[in-house]
Design a protein. Structure first.
Length: 231
């Protein structure tokens, strides 16, 4: 058959230094025996960009002589329109989604913690007992942020660097974007509306499944000696 299938490059994974591998394994050993009830007390958080256009890679079948035909390519623009959002979720549901204003810094992040994270925690953890999770982005780990969390008496989780495979919200962002794949947006305002609609419509079983995977994620990192895992 005079056909061939285009191949996509392998999945990208972060480069992990020896020290970071040691830290990842140590963290996982500290948490691998956490029960489901322990993980249900964690409020996971993160930011993610959403582009106006769907730029997912697609596979196409074509004849060898058609390899460079224009119909087999997707046009791009130099600066894709996009929005950045912050979100959090727990075993029982998603929290308030927040539209980031421009480039987030520590000051805006503190505003997000006050106006979005705390109300979400109050709703998802009525007894007030929860552990806040965030990654090691510099704006998350600034003295201003830690001072704010400490002033509110919020218990926060130490997080190993270069560990998106341990972070279930990374999978949740991917699921959210997959659920939005067929929606056409004309501008950023419309995109923001669609993102919110899809976010608050996420099934609870998706959230619980991600939280329930935490013990398996820890085991996978230990087995891989700190290297990246399938998650």
């Amino acid at each position: 058959m005079n056909q061939k299938q285009s191949n996509l490059l392998g999945q990208k994974k972060p480069w992990i230094s020896n020290q970071n591998r040691i830290n990842r394994v140590a963290w996982c050993k500290d948490h691998v025996n956490w029960t489901e009830e322990d993980w249900e007390k964690v409020l996971f958080s993160d930011e993610s960009p959403f582009q106006l256009r769907d730029n997912r890679k697609k596979r196409v079948w074509k004849l060898c002589k058609e390899e460079f035909h224009c119909s087999h390519y997707t046009g791009t623009v130099k600066h894709e329109l996009k929005i950045n959002v912050w979100g959090c979720f727990s075993y029982d549901g998603v929290g308030t989604l927040y539209l980031v204003d421009g480039n987030m810094d520590a000051r805006q992040y503190c505003k997000i913690l006050k106006s979005a994270m705390l109300p979400s925690a109050d709703e998802l953890f009525p007894d007030g007992e929860f552990i806040f999770q965030q990654d090691n982005d510099p704006k998350h780990t600034s003295s201003m942020v830690y001072e704010y969390l400490d002033s509110k008496g919020i218990d926060y989780m130490e997080w190993p660097a270069y560990s998106p495979d341990l972070h279930p919200i990374e999978n949740l962002w991917a699921i959210l974007k997959q659920r939005m794949r067929d929606r056409k947006c004309r501008n950023e305002d419309e995109l923001w509306e669609y993102v919110q609609e899809a976010w608050y419509d996420l099934p609870v079983e998706v959230l619980t499944g991600l939280i329930d995977s935490m013990q398996r994620r820890c085991r996978a990192v230990i087995e891989k000696k700190g290297y990246s895992t399938k998650y």
